[in-house]
Design a protein around this ligand. Sequence first.
Ligand SMILES: [Zn+2]
Length: 296
Amino acid sequence: MRVHAIQTGTVQVHERQRSGEGSGLLRFARTLLDPEWSEPLPIYAWVIEHPEGIIVIDTGETARAARSGYFPRWHPYFRLALREQVEPGEEIGPRLSGLGLSSDDVRWVVMTHLHTDHAGGLHHFPRAEVLVSRKEHEVARGFAGTLRGYLPHRWPTWFEPTLIDFGDGMGPSGEGVALTRAGDVRILPTPGHTAGHVSVSLDEGPRTLFFAGDTSYTEANLVSGTVDGVASMGAGEDVAAATLRAIRTRTAERPMVYLPSHDPEAARRLAERRVVALPTTRDAEGDAARATSLRS
Ligand SMILES: [Zn+2]
């Protein structure tokens, strides 16, 4: 099964968005007002050439986002905290063509969440079944959605996604919902960055490919349990931290290639199938011993 990383331009956010500080509204304010910017980060979408049909995970950003007037100017987040760079040829449609695939042949589009840098390419998929968690759709729609940092007025007019409900035991450490009949592709609730955020797992031989959306900005942040600077506007920092813990538990049970949308290393990790290495108890003991000897 071929799996591809597709980059649809870059995004810059404040450093405090990648690694948040403080709690609640203050945490969000610190993100908005942080003077430090990240380097341009990739905006990844993912494609699985599955025997049951082509699966796309997120749609990346649209080139229209780079034009003035696309974002509501009154909104502090878009005004202060987001810079994007996308060329028309970098949208997901042309990118798929470059791989010899057509967006019309895509069977399923799974949205990890509905922020613009994931939903901006939706217009390329009028023929696919688009799946979104019911919770995410609820918080993203209407004017309340715009206040929360979504752009529902930019969704294609035909946009009526299939809504996913997660029952008990389907949480981030549970089984989630199977997308394919084979059961090898599953959608898991991973709330934190947004209230209805999901991730997608693909079982590939002995390992799992984990398409993480924005559960964390990097693999290092998963390992250290670093919650981002906007989760207080999503599901809350505690829920986000619990999600990261649940993902770490999964990596301990079965080797996992962790693929967040904005991690500059993600495409290379996919190509090399490099799995997450959690610090072992011995590493932790070593660190503790070193710390003790430094103190003494
Ligand atoms: Zn996001």
